[in-house]
Design a binder for this molecule. Structure first.
Ligand SMILES: [Zn+2]
Length: 222
């Protein structure tokens, strides 16, 4: 892959954004990561993100976004709201309205400050859990607005947009990051690193994808 320029990765310490971080490190000369602290249910997320950035020798910015939980209490920011998938036609309890709108906007403002042109986010339409701001159309539209707002030419990259979870594992493998991602990232809503609790919706999705990919590699039987 061609090496050029500087990039900012929106980074949570989870499987997807860690895979994006490895992706960016292949592609760009300089990579920095940004994590948003919005009183996540598990502060562990921030610690995991810090450790991974340190491991990969990436400069790490943690921005305070606690106003998000003030505006929009939900299952990711409040212990007393249960994590569950949305019923038919409604959004899941983990939906934080405007989260990606804010995260991508702040990541781009940071990019402006550090003279980076590329912003990378792990959002994805394929395992679409009903989050409208994970859609390709939204990201493209926001990219145009951000460029207009700062009179600049940022490019928002979404390397996982059309991949399912198994294909995201495959990408990590291609980037020689499979074992690292499997062992060190935190996806679980119950704050357990690596294989996770095995029971929450995030763990289910991650394990299903992992199983499918391991089958493809011929390591497990169906
Ligand atoms: Zn879990």
């Amino acid at each position: 892959m061609e090496k050029n320029n500087k990039a900012v990765v929106v980074f949570s310490g989870g499987q997807d954004s860690t895979t994006c971080l490895f992706w960016a490190l292949e592609k760009y000369d300089k990579v920095e990561a940004v994590t948003f602290d919005y009183n996540q249910r598990h502060h562990e997320e921030i610690e995991v993100a810090k450790e991974i950035a340190y491991d990969l020798n990436v400069k790490h910015h943690v921005l305070d976004m606690s106003l998000l939980s003030q505006l929009a209490p939900n299952a990711l920011t409040r212990e007393d709201i249960e994590v569950k998938d949305g019923e038919e036609g409604e959004l899941p309890s983990t939906f934080v309205p405007g989260r990606n709108l804010l995260f991508l906007s702040f990541a781009t403002i940071l990019a402006k400050q550090i003279s980076a042109k590329h912003i990378i986010t792990g959002v994805c339409e394929t395992d679409f859990s009903g989050y409208p701001d994970c859609r390709d159309m939204f990201v493209k539209s926001l990219n145009v607005s951000l460029n207009l707002s700062m009179d600049d030419q940022f490019v928002i990259h979404t390397p996982l947009m059309w991949l399912d979870k198994a294909e995201t594992w495959e990408l990590a493998d291609q980037l020689r990051a499979f074992d690292y991602v499997r062992k060190n990232t935190l996806t679980c809503y119950n704050g357990i690193r690596g294989e996770g609790c095995g029971e929450c919706p995030a763990c289910n999705l991650r394990q299903k994808g992992l199983h499918t990919y391991l089958q493809k590699r011929g390591e497990v039987n169906s």
